[in-house]
Write a protein that binds this ligand. Structure first.
Ligand SMILES: [Zn+2]
Length: 339
């Protein structure tokens, strides 16, 4: 042991300097001599080397990634600017033509709005860094509405409201879930995203009925039937949403409830619409004619009995699912007690 002239602590303090090659000649000799004989310090030196290599690799990786990201961002930006420039060509050409032909600026605005829509779908996603698709969806929806407005004004129409609300409703049904799940919301609303999507879509559905009513100058019959039928039809999606989102029970019971709801909806919708409009539409399950134990052979009655069978079938399937769910629940509870 006397060969270990220097104690290990001293050598280990010197190791980083030694590995960086910045210690004096005598220190270096001392470290090298010590390492030849001391397994413990050899281990420390090895670990130190590995750690430094790892650190260097991480640093290098980060630099490379940052550089790549910057390069990529620059490229995307260039592509965006070039695309925007290309889109400007038809706009300028049309501007000149429109003025030259002497109509003043009328259809030029249609071209401008159309190019804006194209830009919102091509340039916008290239230029925006955060929440790219949310911005693109919002931007292109605005441009689409602008295009519709310009066309409506140019053609002297009054259909803008109907077209705009239809577009918003259609795009909402498709993309509102994506947008609402990707935008920051206040804390109170953050756990009500499903409710927000459902509420938003419902609102625009009523909005559509409203603008259509104004557009066709619908009378009392229009408003009564359209509002009642829409409200009636909405119970099914809201019921399914409520069961899936808020009912705290197992999935078999939920599935059972939904199957029965769909069965009831399918079976009674015709009857409800007939009751609201007063117009017989066939398939009213409350008007099935039973004659001497058999259902009467006319088409209306056959259609209704088909719906009735569907209702019975869905109640049977849904009921068995609910019973299976309830017994499963009891078993689970007993098992938990057993433990
Ligand atoms: Zn040592």
């Amino acid at each position: 042991m006397s060969e270990l002239k220097y104690n290990c602590e001293l050598i280990q303090d010197l190791l980083p300097l030694y590995q960086d090659g910045v210690c004096s000649g005598s220190s270096r000799n001392a470290v090298e001599e010590h390492l030849k004989t001391c397994g413990n310090c050899q281990e420390v030196a090895r670990k130190l080397t590995n750690y430094r290599v790892d650190e260097m690799l991480t640093q290098e990786k980060e630099t490379v990634l940052t550089a790549h990201e910057k390069k990529e961002r620059r490229r995307t930006l260039t592509a965006g600017i070039v695309t925007a420039g290309i889109l400007m060509v038809p706009v300028i050409v049309c501007l000149i033509c429109n003025i030259a032909i002497g109509h003043g600026l009328d259809w030029f605005f249609i071209v401008l709005a159309a190019m804006l829509l194209t830009a919102s779908l091509t340039v916008l996603p290239l230029l925006v860094q955060n929440r790219r698709w949310v911005w693109t969806i919002g931007g292109s929806l605005c441009c689409l509405l602008l295009l519709l407005l310009v066309c409506c004004i140019y053609s002297g129409g009054s259909w803008f409201g109907v077209a705009a609300v239809s577009c918003i409703l259609g795009i909402s049904v498709l993309l509102a879930p994506y947008v609402i799940y990707n935008i920051p919301l206040p804390k109170a609303l953050a756990d009500k995203k499903g409710l927000l999507v459902m509420g938003w879509d419902t609102l625009w559905l009523y909005g559509l009925i409203g603008v259509c009513g104004v557009f066709v100058q619908g009378g009392g019959f229009y408003w009564r039937t359209s509002l009642l039928i829409t409200t009636y039809c909405l119970w099914l999606p809201w019921f399914i949403f409520g069961v899936c989102r808020y009912l705290k029970t197992n999935s078999r019971i939920k599935a059972g409830l939904i199957v029965i709801a769909v069965g009831v909806f399918t079976a009674v919708t015709n009857s409800v619409i007939e009751a609201i409009t007063g117009i017989p539409n066939g398939g009213n399950i409350f008007k099935i004619e039973f004659s001497s134990g058999h259902i009467s052979g006319n088409m209306e009655s056959l259609r209704a009995s088909l719906l009735l069978s569907f209702l019975v079938l869905s109640v049977l399937i849904g009921g068995s699912l609910i019973i299976a769910g309830l017994t499963g629940k009891k078993q689970d509870a007993e098992e938990r007690k057993g433990k």
